[in-house]
Design a protein around this ligand. Structure first.
Ligand code: NAI
Length: 340
């Protein structure tokens, strides 16, 4: 009797130790495009994230090993090494999480779709590297146009026979970050207590903030709602215009990319209740890829949530943009089929 009780206690203690060890498990991360405007602040924030025990910074820019040396001097749990040239495989070997902000950013007057031809090839090559060196890693795509580059990444991974829909995610966290900031400012709320899901895609009108689901509950006149919805969807243009030819959002994207990677690692570590909006393969709409709230877990995306109860206004926004969202995914898939 006593011995059985002791065995039960031992098993419980072992389980609890395993859970602590899992929670404390460190992760190897890579940033591809690490020397760029997004890549550098993103790499800095990952370097000081206690979940990260090794960080690889890869970029075609020849000074990237120097970025690695610079970051490695920061006091944190992780070792950081910068790689360039043909060292992609070394950078990626053993990675759990790969974040990709490589590519050209927008200039004033350009849409995210204008970046397609250059960034499609960059994403294809980098995701091929992931498939070869770290096929089990979660791959987080920042490079625009996300609505097309994520479908390209899927085709590359499928062609390599290593595609796992739970582990390929387009990063739309900046849209959520803008929605939270703008709503908090408009209503005088503490931004840390404001939440606003943003669904659809990551380009212009495909970005649909669900203000009807904002927490805490907020009310707007129709004119305020229209203006806020437009500002969130086109927040990137505000930055592109203000930087006047010097690029697009970098610091806010570095910040939100690092936040998103942290949440992915929290899920991998076994934390419960980790829910973020992201652009994933999805069956909740007509589009093959759709951004919505997803629960993250030990295997990546555990549940893709549907949009829930939304207003007629939001239903119309989604219906109106759907042909564009579908066409942008198809454009990526077509390009991939012709270029892989
Ligand atoms: P940037 O030009 O400052 O940096 C891009 C970096 O990618 C450069 O260091 C470049 O050398 C590197 N690169 C180019 N080809 C590469 C390759 N084959 N392998 C490795 N590295 C390569 O550009 P920035 O501002 O950092 O933007 C990067 C991308 O992120 C753009 O496509 C931009 O549109 C996108 N973006 C996405 C956002 C999102 O919410 N998902 C928000 C803001 C920007």
């Amino acid at each position: 009797m006593f011995s059985t009780a002791r065995n039960v206690a031992c098993r419980a203690a072992t389980r609890s130790l395993a859970s602590v060890q899992q929670q404390q498990r460190g992760f190897k991360c890579a940033v591809l495009g690490a020397a760029g405007g997004i890549g550098q602040p993103l790499s800095l924030l990952l370097k000081i994230n206690p979940r990260v025990t090794a960080l690889s910074c890869y970029d075609v820019a020849p000074f990237t090993p120097g970025v690695g040396v610079d970051l490695d001097h920061c006091t944190s749990n992780s070792d950081c090494v910068g790689y360039t040239g043909d060292n992609l495989k070394t950078a990626l070997t053993g990675c759990d999480v790969v974040v990709i902000p490589a590519g050209v950013p927008r200039k004033p007057g350009m849409t995210r779709d204008d970046l397609f031809n250059i960034n499609a090839g960059i994403v294809k090559n980098l995701v091929t590297g992931c498939a070869d060196a770290c096929p089990d890693a979660c791959i987080l795509i920042i490079s625009n146009p996300v609505n097309s580059t994520v479908p390209i990444a899927r085709e590359v991974l499928k062609a390599k026979g290593v595609y796992d829909p739970k582990k390929l995610m387009g990063v739309t966290t900046l849209d959520v970050c803008r929605a939270r900031s703008f709503v908090a400012k408009a209503k005088g709320h503490d931004v840390n207590k404001v939440n606003v899901p943003v669904v659809g895609g990551h380009a212009g009108t495909t970005i649909v903030p669900l203000l009807s689901q904002a927490e805490p509950k907020v009310t707007f006149t129709d004119a305020e709602r229209d203006a806020l919805t437009h500002r969130i969807a086109f927040g990137g243009d505000e930055v592109v215009k203000a930087k006047d030819g010097a690029g697009s959002a970098t610091l806010s994207m570095g910040y939100t990319g690092a936040h998103f990677a942290d949440r992915v690692m929290a899920g991998l570590a076994g934390e419960s209740g980790v829910v973020e909006c992201m652009f994933v393969e999805s069956s909740i709409s007509e589009a093959p890829f759709f951004a919505s709230r997803c629960t993250l877990g030990k295997g990546g995306v555990e549940t893709v949530h549907d949009v829930g109860a939304i207003s007629d206004y939001e239903k119309k926004l989604i219906a109106d943009m759907m042909p564009d969202l579908v066409a942008q995914a198809e454009k990526g898939i077509k390009w991939a089929k012709e270029n892989i």
